[in-house]
Design a protein around this ligand. Sequence first.
Ligand code: GDP
Ligand code: GDP
Length: 436
Amino acid sequence: MSKPTVAIVGRPNVGKSTIFNRVVGERLAIVEDMPGVTRDRLYGPGEWLNYTFNVIDTGGIELGDEPLRVQMRAQAQIAMDEADVILFIVDGKDGLTHADEEVAQILYRSEKPVVLGVNKIDNFKQRENLYEFYSLGLGDPIGISGSHGIGIGDLLDSVVSHFEQEEKDEYDETTIKFSLIGRPNVGKSSLVNAILGEERVIVSDIAGTTRDAIDTPFTRDNQEYVIIDTAGIRKRGKVYEKTEKYSVLRAQKAIEGSDVVLVIINGEEGIIEQDKKIAGYAHEAGRAIVIVVNKWDAVKKDTKTMDQFKRKIREQFQYLSYAPIVFLSAKTKQKLVNLLPTIQMVAENHAMRVQTSLLNDVINDATAITPPPSDKGKRLKIYYATQVSVKPPAFVLFVNDPELMHFSYQRYLENKIRDTFGFIGTPIRLMVRRKN
Ligand code: GDP
Ligand code: GDP
């Protein structure tokens, strides 16, 4: 169902993050303009030939002050757990080291394909350094230079050759795929259980599956849903599962496969920094979002409490102004009935296509009320608008000169579109293109 995942492993300083940035760099640059974005990425989208996939830089997942050997062992384990193809990077300048051999020992035990990249082969002469890496027993080493961009194509050719034939998405277009994200103990597993009730399907490890997706399908009121595996739901008790970075990684994976993401907040504890970070990923990914305040049963309330909490959420998550907020209790099931209808509503908005003529009426009315900005006597002209995609809805405005568009005017148009068509729960994208 989901895209294949490639995990990069290797000793510190061999060039993992350099290679990660090469593979996902361009796409991230676009995302970084957006508010609420975190820069310390270890998970991102890659593209090569006709393949799209996700890349993990396991080097970014650190286990406090543990010694190098323990760190490397955990990183190799994460790669084996999370990836379809493992990209093992070694350093062609340093030559083969004992630590490389240890990592190779761990990777042998995996049934996942391993591609061996020898980095820092910056020129032809250094290709001699490749040969000793044959002794790792992981097949032909591929010489690359991450910083010079040499050999990356060959490396990716080898990586994608291991992808299984593109599996068809096994779910109907109308099935709503959603995930629950949030830090540990906010009540994600409890909420999954509460939603599923007696229809609960045992969520277990399916041994031997290459894509480690654990999806739970169910039907309610004639609507089909799938709950996508989520950070914190599948607790297996490995050391790295307690780290924040790992929970972020799992959240990113779950978001990737979802139409709708439930951002779960612990009503008892309020909002902390990590909540914002996790929600930021869902926003960046363009998913529909519902903010769920759980454990509402445990909160001492008067008539103002809910409004106060709402205001706090709006302050703290300014970029999520479109997301509806649901207060509930997984434990007592109080207000739980509101949840699935809300998920259904935001999913519909996320997939909504608007009529081009109506869209252009909205833009024309908006520009009549507040004329577009001008600079040095030249005024922005909007010729026409069209919706180019859904999930999330994306619009292109064809204009005389994109430079003349101001952030605030774009925001104004976005709001007009929202006011007219609703789009509750979904981000929308507005792009400006020159038309000659
Ligand atoms: P990581 O710790 O494995 O993520 O390694 P980094 O990507 O941070 O790289 C470690 C160092 O190696 C940095 O100083 C990079 O500039 C350098 N480096 C990365 N790729 C190459 C390469 O292809 N050739 C050379 N000469 N240096 C590189
Ligand atoms: P997860 O780590 O996000 O999956 O959280 P869990 O579902 O394991 O829940 C963490 C703790 O919070 C458990 O002790 C639950 O019993 C408790 N909990 C979960 N939902 C609620 C709720 O709605 N109200 C109260 N009072 N406790 C809850």
